[in-house]
Design a protein around this ligand. Structure first.
Ligand code: ATP
Ligand code: MG
Length: 320
């Protein structure tokens, strides 16, 4: 039976799913802090709460933007891989139930945790121990080489457009001055820099190719939940077999936005264990910085134009 998850979904229908303990009664549903792509709700019962996540063939917050519905299947496969590794197991929620016909995944509720977006406004700082935890996770993850992991190509194509293409298109119709007055002018030299654009286009082709290791694909503060004494990693819907350097570059780019880039770089250089091409890490770092500054997927940054310009130039130096 197909089930559509809504805030006012019928409790009877939810209760009819076969994932509940004997005698367990659903009491109510509540919203989670933040979700744009999918429908995510907390289901409360008389014994516990769980998280229900359902993908739709579009972006939930912007229904006019199509998005591949199979993404939740990739997320489920990713969690399955994680759960076979004793080190990674503790980082992510356990799968409780999976209803493929409804694109509905039920997982353990990690609690009402905040994420690390606070690093953009200096409200939060990554402590050295936390940076180490984020590196430990990638050390383990990037050793996983499943044979038949979904290629997640449609999601990568969506990401490809918004990382490697749209932000650098002079005629993309996105007026950056609606984000911050003067940002549009700041973006123009980069959008017309042939050498830079060529480099980014080659990098984008590489992103679309199959790589050797399992990567999270969206390794940024919004996917890191702060559980106080540990960090939990969620939302692997962009995962695929790719370049380890992509996760590392994205991680570093967001550390740069939190003014902790040098710190994370130092720790990565001494504690990340898998073989990598550092130039490739820097290239992905550069493009992530740029696309977050001049693309659609904006972050809650509190930077003035001078700071943004400095970051754009720094990013360019990582790419060329
Ligand atoms: N297992 C969990 N335990 C506790 N909270 C969770 C869990 N999974 C998700 N959440 C909460 O729900 C929010 C949205 O989840 P998630 O990021 O997976 O959805 P999404 O639709 O992919 O969101 P986004 O648009 O940000 O990518 C998270 O930010 C978090 O607050
Ligand atoms: Mg998501």
């Amino acid at each position: 039976m197909k089930f559509t998850l809504e805030n006012d979904s019928s409790i009877e229908q939810l209760q009819a799913l076969d994932c509940w303990n004997e005698g367990e009664k659903i009491t109510n549903l509540s919203d989670v802090n933040d979700s744009n792509m999918n429908k995510v709700l907390r289901i409360h019962t008389d014994q516990r709460s769980v998280i229900a996540k359902q993908s739709r063939p579009y972006v939930r917050k912007f229904p006019q933007i199509p998005a591949p519905i199979e993404r939740i299947q990739t997320e489920k496969r990713f969690y399955e891989e994680i759960q076979m590794n004793s080190e990674l197991l503790k980082f992510s929620p356990r799968i409780l139930a999976w209803y493929p016909e409804s694109y509905l995944l039920i997982t353990e509720d990690l609690g009402q945790l905040g994420d690390f977006s606070g690093i953009y406004s200096s409200e939060k700082k990554l402590e050295p121990k936390q940076i180490q935890e984020l590196i430990t996770y990638l050390n383990q993850l990037h050793q996983i080489q499943p044979e038949d992991f979904p290629d997640n190509l449609a999601m990568r194509e969506l990401n490809h457009e918004h990382i490697f293409n749209f932000p650098f298109n002079e005629h993309n119709g996105f007026d950056l001055n609606t984000i911050q007055e003067g940002l549009q002018e700041l973006s123009l030299p980069h959008k017309s820099d042939k050498e830079l654009k060529n480099q980014i286009s080659e990098l984008g082709k590489r992103y679309l190719k199959k790589g050797n290791v399992l990567i999270h694909g969206d390794y940024y503060p919004g996917s890191w939940m702060d559980a106080g004494d540990s960090i939990k990693i969620i939302d692997p819907e962009f995962s695929f077999m790719g370049d380890a350097e992509f996760d590392l570059g994205v991680f570093l780019a967001h550390a740069d936005f939190g003014d902790q880039g040098d710190e994370v770089e130092l720790q990565l250089k001494s504690n990340y264990n898998n073989p990598i091409d550092w130039n490739l890490v820097q290239a992905y770092r550069g493009v992530e910085i740029m696309r977050r500054l001049i693309g659609i997927a904006q972050l809650p940054l509190e930077l003035n134009l001078v700071q943004k310009e400095a970051l754009l130039n720094q990013a360019k130096s990582y790419l060329l």
